[in-house]
Design a protein around this ligand. Structure first.
Ligand SMILES: [Zn+2]
Length: 205
């Protein structure tokens, strides 16, 4: 399948795709400092990998993949090269996906495929928000390195994660009308996905 990405200029940078520009806008909405394609990482076997985003304050790399999984094996290899799965706060690689319903909420997942293992949580000490992989990091804050800094209830889940929480709770309690994600995380839960403004010729993109 050949998917042609449409470049989009947003806030002074030309992104290779509208989805990349949208993620830049979403990072901005969180107040996050990010770098776009800052440098290629040597994978150790002569191969190099240029990830889409680097969040240096969090020690996180992000790779944008829309509906396709082309070259995902290379992203997994990149993760193996940079990430230490035994070290809290070690380098984390996050796959950024297209937004999902309801209300176009942001969607992301672990490179290994899990949607539930990576959330965005706020730290009760420095008050910053960061990606976290609970199974590895626990509530370790990637900004201030507080071992138990992050607050479990102050959490954004990926769109797929939120959907699975919704289904699981509806099954357990038997009420499909309630928004359990909102009950669990009243102020957060689903992260609104922000679209970078399109010029007129791209309005439908
Ligand atoms: Zn902190």
């Amino acid at each position: 399948m050949n998917i042609r990405a449409v470049p989009l200029k947003y806030s002074g940078t030309t992104y290779r795709s509208t989805l990349e520009a949208d993620w830049a806008a979403t990072f901005n909405s969180l107040g996050w400092y990010f770098e776009y394609e800052p440098w290629a990482v040597d994978l150790g076997d002569g191969d190099r990998y240029l990830a889409d985003f680097h969040l240096p304050a969090q020690n996180v790399w992000c790779e944008v993949k829309g509906g396709h999984n082309e070259r995902l094996d290379k992203t997994r290899k990149f993760r193996r090269a940079v990430a230490d799965p035994d070290q809290p706060g070690g380098e984390l690689v996050v796959l950024l996906r297209a937004a999902g319903e309801p209300g176009r909420s942001a969607n992301w997942q672990c490179v290994t495929g899990a949607y539930r293992s990576i959330t965005i949580n706020q730290c009760g000490i420095c008050e910053q928000w960061c990606f976290t992989q609970y199974a590895v990091d626990g509530w370790f804050c990637r900004h201030c390195q507080a071992p138990d800094g992050l607050i479990a209830e102050r959490q954004y889940m990926s769109a797929v994660h939120a959907k699975s929480v919704q289904q699981e709770m509806a099954l357990r309690i038997g009420d499909t009308s309630r928004d359990y994600v909102k009950e669990l995380c009243p102020e957060h839960g689903r992260l609104p996905f922000v679209k970078a403004p399109r010029p007129a010729r791209l309005r439908s993109a």
